[in-house]
Every structure is written in structure tokens, then in C-alpha cells.
Design a protein around this ligand. Structure first.
Ligand SMILES: [Zn+2]
Length: 443
């Protein structure tokens, strides 16, 4: 621990001076066993408390040694409740001469973003429309029922089976979106009910763990496209993205023919992500972290699925139907969730301010009725990343204000047509593969 930079102010009566610290000192406390964060100019020692952080130790630790004010606001809705936990962790304040933000960050941009956040709060854009989310759930349940009816009425021939698998895959894709909403947004007033609803959608309707999702996904939001912090881009040595390609090339690492990764991506990326990676990861997570409630929810999905379809297909046929649905939904998952991030900058931690960090790693896809529905409004990825707790039915209202803030500060507010966004994933993989080969051969 470093010595305080200078004593705090007194108020007449003798008071214990508040220790004050400079950024140089704070930055040193970003070690696994020694972590400080700054929130609204107050310094907190989270070293021992991080393990009890409801969002996970890794998530809060990604901000160690940094100003986490905007991340704090982005992730928490009931700030007065969260502040109660912070109080005992307070160890001091930023020294009076120190800027509120760390390193070379743009003070005006940070202030303008905070004004925009307050405007969104005043406009009540963080309030969820329960009817909207009920309709989404309703149309998911309808599709689940429809798939079963198709088999029941039309039989188990190829055509009805393919039709049912497609309907189920679309339903599963919409389930990803709805559980994602419930992980971020307070649809119910009581956070407990919100979490139960997420467990129901993720567990009973999908067979996965809600805690596993939040553990991964909140890290992605905290540090998008940052290696070793964002799990979505920590995919080496299978795929090389962004800065890792040249690094691997220089070190002469060749575990796979990376210059062909844009081709083998089609074989092992979209088809297998949810069927193989997610199934294995989920089971391991639930067992290691002892998430028994999640495990029960997930098991209830398999019981329902197999009792619904085994009478038509038998056990092995139902397993095949299940695998087909997973493969189909996996395509949706990879293409739709990665189109907003993979083509953007991917690399090591740059310690940018919240808005710049999100904008460098995120782009939008054009708005249309189909794109909104198909992507579950993930086409408004910039707005989602800046304000993760905002319900998606309000993104289009805040989007023009976000855009003008970006124009004012010269930030790249990128919007692409849907198909171009998909093609850019392949283009980025090819670019990284070529950069790897160049460095591998010549550096
Ligand atoms: Zn999200």
C-alpha cells in the first residue's frame, strides 16, 4: 500500500484526515491480490471483497487501478443499494490536484457522456415496458408449441422435421435475446424475480445456465475486445484476432494454418459453438461453481424436450433433432453476436474511458423491422454497450443523441447493412490470418 499523497480537509473539530492518493499510486494496485478502484473520486480497496462481488470477481477486477465510475453506473441500477457495500471498502480519495479520470482521457467527452446518461434517465429510458417483454416470451412459447404441432399433425417425414427444427432454432435464438435482456434490464421491480425469469428462459427454455451467461457476458461488456478480459475474443490458439495475429507470427507459433482461418471458421465456428463449446462450458461451470439451481433448470429443459419428441422419434432420433436445432441456432449466435465486434479493434488493454472503449470495439447494423427482430435489437449494439441496463425498446430513442455526441468528439459511430456486417467477420478473419502469415514468414 502506498502512503497518502496529502491529508484531507478538516471541518473545525479534530477529524481523522481522509487519505488522498494520486493516479500513479492507484495504478500500482491492479494485482491479483491487491486491487483498488476509483468511483466518483473515491478510492476503494476491493482486494478481499472482489470474491463476493455479485457480478463475479473477474468482472470487478478488470477495472483494478482505474477510474470505474462509468462502469459502476452502467452495470448497477439501484445505486443507493450498491453504495452500502462500497462504504466499508473506502480507503481515501483522489488528491485535490488529480484529474477525475486516469491517463490521457478526454475530460470533456466523459462529462458530455455523463450528461447524456442523465438525459436518458430524465426521459425514463431505463424503464422497461413489461408488455414488450411479455410479447417476446409469448412469441417464443408459440414457436415452441408450433414446432411440436408440426410433427404431431404432419408426421416425422423430412419436410415437417426440417420445418420443426428451423422453428425451434428461431425460438432458441429469440430465447438467447430474451435471457440476455433479463440479465441486463430490470423487467421486474424485484431483482430476484428478474433473475428467476432469466433462469427460466436460459434453463427451462434453453438448457443452459443463467449464471454462466452473466459471468461471461458482463466481462465482455466491461472490456469489449480486450484480450484476457473479454472471453468472446480470447479464442487463440484456435482463431487469431486483431493484435494476437502478428504476435503469434513473430513468435513463430503455428498450431493451425491461420492463413486459412476464414475458411475453417465455417467448419468449426458457427456450426459447433453452442453444440460443443457452450454445452461443455456450461456443464463444467455449473459443477465447478456448484450452481445446482441452474443445473436443475437445465435438466428440466432436457426432460421436456425428450418427453415431447421421443414419442415421435425415439431416443436417438430426438437426440439428432436436438443436435440439429443446436447447430442451427449456433449459426445464428455466431453471426449475429459477432458482427458487431469481430471487425473492430481487438487487442490488449488500452485503459480508455468508458465511451471510447465501447465505440472502438462496437458497431451497429442498420435498423429495420427484420433486423430488429432477427437480432433481438443487437443491431443497436453501440447503444446497448453504452447503456447495458437500458431496455432494447428504447435504443432507437437514444440513438440520435449518441450519434451527435460521437460527431462532436470525432468518434466513429459505424452503422453497416446486415449482410456487409456478416461478410466483415470473414474479412477480418482473413486479414488477421494474412497478418499472421506475413509476420510468421518475414519477422
Ligand atoms: Zn449485453
Amino acid at each position: 500500500m502506498g502512503a497518502p499523497a496529502e491529508a484531507g480537509e478538516g471541518s473545525g473539530a479534530p477529524e481523522t484526515p481522509v487519505p488522498t492518493y494520486g493516479w500513479q499510486e492507484i495504478r500500482k494496485h491492479s494485482l491479483p491480490t491487491d486491487k483498488w478502484v476509483v468511483i466518483e473520486r473515491k478510492v476503494y480497496d476491493i482486494s478481499r471483497w472482489a470474491d463476493r462481488h455479485p457480478g463475479g470477481s473477474r468482472l470487478i477486477s478488470h477495472h483494478a487501478g482505474e477510474d470505474a465510475t462509468d462502469a459502476f453506473h452502467a452495470f448497477h441500477q439501484d445505486l443507493s443499494f450498491v453504495r452500502k457495500f462500497l462504504k466499508p471498502l473506502l480507503i481515501g480519495e483522489l488528491a485535490p490536484g488529480e484529474p477525475s479520470q486516469d491517463r490521457q482521457q478526454n475530460e470533456q467527452l466523459i462529462e458530455d457522456f455523463r450528461v447524456l446518461r442523465r438525459t436518458a434517465e430524465d426521459l425514463k429510458l431505463f424503464e422497461a415496458d413489461t408488455e414488450f417483454f411479455s410479447l417476446i416470451l409469448g412469441h417464443i412459447l408459440l414457436m415452441e408449441g408450433l414446432a411440436w404441432l408440426v410433427i404431431y399433425l404432419l408426421g416425422t417425414g423430412w419436410a415437417p422435421t426440417i420445418l420443426a427444427a428451423v422453428v425451434l432454432a428461431v425460438s432458441q435464438a429469440q430465447c438467447w435475446c430474451l435471457q440476455h435482456d433479463l440479465g441486463h434490464v430490470s423487467v421486474f421491480k424485484k431483482s430476484r424475480w428478474n433473475h428467476v425469469a432469466q433462469q427460466f428462459v436460459m434453463g427451462q427454455l434453453k438448457g443452459f445456465s443463467a449464471h454462466w451467461w452473466n459471468f461471461r457476458h458482463f466481462q465482455h461488456h466491461a472490456k469489449p475486445n480486450v484480450f484476457h478480459k473479454d472471453p468472446d475474443v480470447t479464442v487463440a490458439p484456435v482463431f487469431l484476432l486483431g493484435e494476437s495475429s502478428v504476435e503469434y507470427g513473430k513468435k513463430k507459433r503455428r498450431y493451425l494454418p491461420y492463413n486459412h482461418q476464414h475458411q475453417y471458421f465455417f467448419l468449426i465456428g458457427p456450426p459447433l459453438l453452442t453444440l460443443v463449446n457452450f454445452e461443455v462450458e456450461n456443464l463444467a461451470y455449473m459443477l465447478v461453481c456448484m450452481r445446482w439451481t441452474d443445473l436443475l433448470w437445465a435438466m428440466s429443459f432436457y426432460v421436456r424436450f425428450f418427453t415431447s419428441y421421443a414419442p415421435f422419434y425415439g431416443l436417438s432420433g430426438t437426440l439428432l433433432l436436438f443436435a440439429s436445432v443446436r447447430v442451427l441456432e449456433s449459426h445464428w449466435f455466431v453471426w449475429v453476436t459477432q458482427m458487431n465486434h469481430i471487425p473492430k479493434e481487438i487487442g490488449s488493454e488500452k485503459h480508455r474511458d468508458w465511451i471510447s472503449a465501447q465505440l472502438e470495439a462496437t458497431c451497429n447494423v442498420k435498423q429495420s423491422l427484420f433486423n430488429d427482430w432477427f437480432s433481438g435489437h443487437l443491431n443497436f449494439q453501440i447503444e446497448h454497450h453504452l447503456f447495458p441496463t437500458m431496455p432494447r425498446h428504447n435504443y432507437h430513442k437514444i440513438a440520435p443523441l449518441v450519434k451527435s455526441l460521437c460527431v462532436k468528439h470525432g468518434l466513429n459511430y459505424e452503422v453497416k447493412p446486415f449482410l456487409k456486417a456478416l461478410m466483415d467477420i470473414v474479412g477480418s478473419l482473413k486479414k488477421s490470418g494474412d497478418a499472421w502469415l506475413e509476420a510468421y514468414l518475414h519477422e
